[in-house]
Design a protein around this ligand. Structure first.
Ligand code: SAH
Length: 569
């Protein structure tokens, strides 16, 4: 095969980037925009020894999975969508297969296990949101530039480039974007405000950020500028303010020669500095620099799934108000606050300090008091906490009931996974935006005492190749469990008063019957009553003959205390 060859190809597979894959006399070609089932004519652009890349020239026979006409006119050129021309059902199948394939190949998860536990991918229904799998994004960042005729334009970058494809009507964004962008472009023309030229690092307006609260209908507009201020900014603000729902108009100052979009200084132009929106019943304040999930409809489903997989809603797992949960990579505390409503205590860890400011603020406005946030790297904060805990508690191990992780694409570091395993949570819920690194980490966890129990992909980004996955891992029943006994001092930090805490039970029994009950006895009774999941208590007795069982009388006292504090029926 040689460059510029024109070949006829039957597309037989989909690559990880959504491209079509076909073979010509045993030679593999990757063809962007070709869809599995298509027969196409393609021009070879790059030919390596065993495979090459070709450009789609003509569709000879369209696949049954091909849409008749994509919703967006620039779907092929624009870098935003990769698979808009593929029917939505087929997109979902592709994403599900991608997750499954990675778990099998990289994660070495047996196929039979996946057959049994993998649940169907969660897609978007046409009736949901503002247009089902279209118009789902609550945030868009439009670059502003000049076209070859010198006109100010906005749109999206073409795939892998920084040339702007003019388009104010993105099929994934909200409708109001178009009106706002036109208003801004008209204003710029009228007042001779320059667009930023990346090459020359000249000109003023670089990007327009628009955010929309799906529940509140509040709108935010933030102009990213290469300068200290916007001439006639008050005129623009006044015009934007007339749009129904406009809540916040700001400037973001970015004078750097960089392709980072936002500048860190935010100046007000009109209204508030933030908008408010909801995921489920939790309220979030979102400022121009805040990270917030872009597809609120699917995010709610994702978080509900994370909650379900955490087992905190499951009565058989004991009293949720006793549960200690860690939410690692917590961002602005979205998952933390969702889970805090069902847990005793939630600890969130996030590397970006501003996100933690948002998380604390979001906890406050929702009157959630049992969530605590730490700034730092998850792989440093958790191991450090574990180490300090042991030092402060005479060698005892820090325990968590549930650990949730939602890392960026690179997944979790092994030091973190090891600490998680050491903490022996009953459940690990792993939310992932890259199923390859998820699979790698699942392999580690399966090799260290955890079993994969549930897997479900969620389509957060229809028409792109991205897919989110949530998995549940549970501590294997036959894993020797380290005894976790909480002493009053430590547990009083995170167990609300009046609950079936160790200290309350001890006090209750002491006050009523004048005897002391050891934490170990309480742990034993809790387990016998199914309030804690440590099925291995008896096993640890075998390994450590010094452990004494709780005498029957004290057992009854403890049970009575558990009933008194509402932990036992
Ligand atoms: N769970 C949140 C955010 C997930 S995105 C939500 O659903 O909204 C991943 C987050 O991990 C980002 O906020 C990123 O800033 C953070 N992050 C990246 N590396 C990290 C690390 N090493 N330790 C902790 N947080 C990290």
């Amino acid at each position: 095969m040689q460059k510029n060859d024109i070949v006829k190809v039957v597309i037989e597979d989909v690559g990880v980037g959504g491209e079509g894959i076909g073979k010509v006399n045993g030679y593999t070609l990757f063809i962007k925009d070709a869809i599995i089932g298509d027969v196409v004519e393609a021009k070879v652009m790059k030919a390596k020894k065993n495979y090459g890349y070709a450009r789609l020239m003509n569709i000879l026979t369209p696949s049954e999975y091909r849409v008749e006409k994509p919703v967006c006119q620039v779907a092929r050129k624009c870098g935003g969508c990769q698979i808009q021309e593929m029917k939505y059902d087929r997109q979902l199948e592709f994403k599900n297969q991608k997750v499954r394939g990675n778990l099998m190949r990289i994660g070495e998860v047996p196929e039979q296990l996946l057959d049994r536990i993998m649940e169907p991918i969660v897609g978007m229904d046409e009736t949901e949101g503002l247009g089902g799998p279209y118009h789902y994004r609550n945030k868009a960042q439009f670059p502003i530039g000049i076209d070859k005729d010198g006109n100010i334009v906005t749109g999206f970058y073409a795939g892998r480039t920084h040339s702007i494809i003019s388009n104010t009507n993105c099929a994934l964004g909200v409708e109001i974007n178009e009106q706002i962008l036109k208003l801004i472009l008209d204003f710029m023309k009228e007042y001779h405000i320059s667009a930023y030229d990346e090459g020359k690092h000249q000109g003023l307006v670089r990007h327009v950020l628009i955010r929309y609260g799906f529940t509140t209908k509040e709108i935010m507009v933030c102009l990213v500028i290469n300068g200290g201020g916007l001439p006639h900014g008050e005129v623009l603000a006044k015009r934007l303010a007339k749009i129904e729902g406009m809540t916040s108009v700001t400037l973001s100052i970015n004078k750097e020669k960089t392709n980072v979009i936002m500048g860190n200084v935010i100046k007000p132009l009109w209204g508030q500095m933030y908008i408010t929106d909801y995921i489920g019943n939790v309220k979030y304040q979102i400022s121009p620099l805040s990270f917030f999930q872009v597809n609120p409809v699917q995010t709610e489903k994702l978080y509900k799934l994370a909650l379900e997989y955490s087992g905190l809603n499951d009565v058989s797992c004991g009293n949720p108000s006793d549960k200690v949960v860690w939410d690692l990579y917590c961002g602005i505390g979205t998952i933390s606050l969702f889970l805090a409503q069902k847990a005793g205590k939630v600890y969130g860890v996030e590397i970006v300090p501003q996100a933690i400011d948002d998380a604390r603020n979001n906890a406050k406005i929702n009157e959630i008091e049992n969530a605590e946030f730490f700034v730092g790297k998850a792989e440093e904060v958790l191991p450090q906490y574990y180490e300090d805990y042991a030092k402060e508690h005479g060698g005892e191990t820090a325990h968590a009931d549930v650990i949730v992780v939602d890392p960026p694409r690179k997944g979790c570091e092994e030091t973190l996974l090891q600490t998680m395993v050491d903490m022996q949570p009953e459940r690990i819920v792993y939310v992932s935006c890259d199923s390859a690194t998820l699979a790698r980490d699942v392999k580690f966890l399966r090799g260290n005492g955890y079993e994969l129990e549930r897997v479900r992909a969620v389509d957060q980004f229809p028409h792109t190749v991205h897919v989110e996955t949530v998995v549940q891992l549970s501590l294997k029943k036959d894993t020797p469990k380290i005894e976790v006994i909480m002493e009053p001092e430590e547990e009083s930090n995170y167990t609300p008063k009046g609950k079936a805490s160790y200290s309350n039970i001890k006090k209750y029994v002491k006050d009523k019957y004048g005897v002391n009950v050891h934490s170990r006895y309480i742990a034993e009774v809790k387990r016998l009553c199914g309030l804690e999941m440590g099925e291995n208590y008896r096993k640890s007795k075998k390994e450590n003959p010094d452990i004494k069982y709780c005498p029957p009388q004290k057992k009854e006292y403890i049970k009575e205390a558990l009933r008194y504090f509402g932990a036992l029926a």
